[in-house]
Design a protein around this ligand. Structure first.
Ligand SMILES: NC(=O)c1ccc[n+]([C@@H]2O[C@H](COP(=O)([O-])OP(=O)(O)OC[C@H]3O[C@@H](n4cnc5c(N)ncnc54)[C@H](O)[C@@H]3O)[C@@H](O)[C@H]2O)c1
Length: 438
């Protein structure tokens, strides 16, 4: 190397060293501030990840870099910085591990609610040396699947389906099964769902059917999936527009719930998922119900975490008594008879939980309780204003008549609620249900 090149190299390296030394001091100052943020979050029950803020920081700071090519590297640098901050905050925040056992004889399993659940899941799943197929969808943040695949190591493959209920189909199921077959999956291998209820139902059914059933693990990432669909072992795909027409009961080996994964979920989905938790409180758990009466639930991730744990326990209690929906488990359909009908006339403009919220009030018998329930629903940002739909009685009547839960004699089974935990199973004609809308 010529003397001139050597000098240039030395100079450049010296610049890098100097900048790194300066950055070391700035790093200390930065992490001191990060610690203060964590302390504030602990005191106010806030989550570590604030996805919206991170997006703003990236946009604002990257605009400072003029060179376009360099800007892409700077964005990567910023993302790494933020990941370090998050890990640091996680490590100093208290992390309660709530382990909720589901006792179903040979099919018993634990549901763990804690931060860092992805790493914990990978550790438990890879206790056996085996292949793992991670199923996720295109709407689940990629950083979650990246993290899981890294933690699972070499034996893991990723199968991504397009997001949305319209993809909970037989074709998507075949895609998962073929991918496992091509990768030589055997009976000792496993499927992991990383996503909402769509992914959980589909991946669970793939696990139920591949080689007559292999191990299934669930890491639910929507609130609805965390409090409802990941508990109880129902798996399914839709057929010709009919929901959950083909499926099986297949209990997971374990479920790992991380409330922090909800930080990226749109608020509307948080509200809709909370509706199912409120339903659990209304039908069986006064303490859970009262958590919804504590004001603006959506503003408190700590309260949401408490609700998740309590709702999982409430659903677990029902499932333990009636694993296959032979009796008591039907209580979980409270609000759903009318809710499903509203869902089909709303033309996908409403989320499932929003429709259930509308469907619950008309199925309450007592005015006092109706008021309490309506207030609790408004605390999670859900409307109970049914006027728009009561004007559309004809369409709702048609949808009710097509309800697959139609019993003999044209009657539909529904759940009536008198007060918290005081329910009755009844059979009503579609017309009788419509009368309740008024
Ligand atoms: N098995 C059961 O017992 C049971 C019970 C209730 C509902 N379900 C089923 O659940 C399904 C509905 O589930 P859902 O409401 O979770 O919908 P979903 O699975 O479609 O998820 C909603 C959207 O959120 C996105 N998403 C998921 N996690 C995210 C995250 N952390 N951040 C940002 N975006 C995220 C998804 O990509 C999707 O676009 C229905 O198919 C229903 O039949 C099953």
């Amino acid at each position: 190397m010529s003397e001139e090149k050597k000098t240039l190299l030395d100079e450049a390296r010296e610049t890098i060293n100097r900048v790194d030394r300066e950055m070391a001091h700035l790093f200390e100052e930065r992490m001191d501030a990060v610690r203060k943020v964590a302390e504030y979050k602990i005191a106010h029950g806030l989550q570590v990840l604030d996805a919206e803020r991170e997006k703003q920081v990236i946009e604002r700071n990257s605009a400072l870099i003029e060179d376009e090519a360099l800007r892409a590297y700077y964005i990567e640098f910023l993302k790494n910085n933020m990941a370090v901050s998050r890990r640091f905050q996680h490590n100093i925040m208290p992390n309660e591990h709530n382990v909720i056992p589901v006792r179903l004889g040979n099919d018993s399993y634990d549901i763990t609610v804690c931060r860092g659940a992805i790493d914990l899941a990978a550790e438990k799943i890879m206790k056996k040396d085996r292949k793992v197929c991670v199923v996720t969808d295109s709407g689940v943040p990629k950083e979650y699947s990246d993290k899981l695949l890294t933690a699972l190591g070499d034996g893991a493959i990723l199968h991504v389906i397009p997001a949305g209920e319209e993809n909970k189909t037989f074709e998507s199921l075949l895609g998962v099964l073929r991918e496992m077959l091509d990768a030589g999956f055997a009976r000792t291998d496993a499927v992991v769902a990383l996503g909402g209820g769509v992914v959980g139902d589909l991946a669970g059914f793939a696990a139920a059917t591949y080689m007559r059933g292999i191990d299934f693990y669930n890491i639910p990432t929507t609130l609805l999936a965390q409090v409802d669909s990941s508990v109880g072992g129902k798996t399914a795909v839709d057929l010709d527009g009919y929901k959950n027409m083909i499926g099986a009961f297949h209990q997971p080996r374990a479920v790992f719930i991380d409330p922090d994964l909800l930080a990226t979920l749109p608020l509307r989905h948080i509200s809709a998922g909370l509706c199912e938790a409120l339903k659990m409180g209304a039908t069986s758990d006064p303490v859970l119900f009262e958590l919804f009466e504590k004001g603006n639930v959506l503003a408190s991730p700590k309260l949401i975490e408490e609700i998740i744990v309590r709702a999982v326990k409430a659903k677990r209690d029902v499932v333990e008594i009636d694993e296959r929906e032979g009796g008591l488990r039907k209580v979980l359909n409270f609000g759903h008879t009318l809710g499903h009908a509203i869902e089909s006339v709303s033309g996908l403009s409403l989320l499932h939980g929003e429709c259930v919220a509308l469907g619950m009030i008309p199925m309450c018998e007592n005015e006092e309780f109706k008021k309490r329930l309506a207030k609790a629903l408004s605390n999670i940002g859900l409307s109970t204003d049914i006027t728009k739909y009561s004007a559309n009685k004809k369409a709702i009547l048609e949808a009710l008549t097509h309800d697959k839960k139609s019993a003999a004699g044209g009657k539909i089974s529904a759940v009536l609620l008198r007060d918290i935990g005081e329910f009755e199973f009844i059979s009503l004609t579609p017309e009788e249900i419509i009368e309740r809308l008024v």
